[in-house]
Design a protein. Structure first.
Length: 300
């Protein structure tokens, strides 16, 4: 697949009646056609279906910025010398999606630029996918929203907590699928965090929920899980967790910590594989701590 999902970090928010920034996109030298599929996001699970935006295209840094509206037919996009770089046309699709087609592309080094004017009164957020193949402009964009976070921004779960809901948004132009089956332990096979429910798919614009349960936690731990989805960007599909025992603080100074501090309690310790991670089930130490502890055998 050869495509760009833009903007790279998050959709561009454009107030009603305002114009967004110029955003560059790549047109391969060998491409004779180019397709850009734009989605206008409004509220969760609800497209606005209002006035269509105006799209402006430019070929080259000094090329002429040309406006193209949906349903007005083909428009010439000219280079700085007046040559025709491409013919652009915008088609309005259902649910606030738009397909821009660039035909008759001439070989040029670019770059190409896109700018959007929001002609509606409501603030909208815009994301788009560009490719020389129309089918590849159908791409999901997964957004995981942490319900409860620690100071480090991790999803914090406690052993006594009931099920926790993780909101999932699809900001992309194709349906998002989550393939991890219910019952999956997140992070490793020994993880206390279990996926209980997940949607079969989430349509563009829509949101849904992942439901996880944190079983009994003996030792504090941190780990990440990359969900199995059709979003090819692993950074977007990865969520970091922090699991904590019933209480990370001690009720009194005489209480023993939640884990044993004497490594002698588990002389047969074998570190788990690198892709598993997690502390020793007996004393709570990680592999590095097992082999590098103070002389008094206290991991402090």
């Amino acid at each position: 697949m050869v495509f760009q999902l833009l903007p790279e970090r998050e959709p561009i928010e454009i107030r009603g009646g305002a114009t967004g920034p110029l955003v560059p996109f790549v047109v391969p030298l060998e491409a004779t056609e180019m397709f850009i599929r734009v989605i206008a996001l409004w509220r969760d699970n609800r497209p606005l279906v209002g006035r269509a935006p105006t799209f402006e295209l430019k070929s080259g840094r000094d090329g002429q910025l040309t406006a193209v509206d949906a349903g007005t037919g083909k428009v010439e996009i000219q280079e700085i010398k007046g040559d025709i770089a491409a013919l652009a046309e915008v088609q309005r699709l259902p649910l606030d999606s738009y397909l821009i087609t660039l035909a008759g592309l001439e070989e040029n080094p670019g770059p190409w630029y896109l700018r959007i004017t929001n002609n509606d009164a409501e603030t909208l957020r815009f994301a788009w996918v560009s490719s020389h193949c129309e089918e590849e402009t159908l791409q999901p964009w997964m957004v995981l929203e942490r319900a409860t976070t620690s100071q480090d921004g991790l999803l914090a779960l406690h052993g006594e907590n009931p099920e926790t809901v993780i909101t999932v948004r699809n900001q992309g132009t194709a349906s998002l699928t989550v393939n991890d089956p219910p019952g999956t332990r997140l992070g490793s096979e020994r993880s206390p965090v279990v996926l209980r429910r997940r949607p079969a798919s989430i349509a563009p614009h829509d949101t849904d929920e992942l439901v996880v349960e944190c079983e009994q936690v003996r030792f504090a731990d941190r780990f990440s899980h990359t969900f199995d989805t059709n979003d090819m960007n692993r950074a977007r599909t990865t969520l970091s967790f922090e699991v904590l025992p019933h209480s990370s603080a001690h009720d009194s100074l005489d209480d023993e910590p939640a884990f044993c501090r004497a490594c002698e309690r588990c002389p047969d310790y074998v570190p788990p594989p690198l892709d598993i991670g997690g502390p020793c089930e007996t004393c709570g130490h990680r592999g590095a701590q097992h082999f590098d502890v103070p002389p008094d055998h206290r991991n402090v």
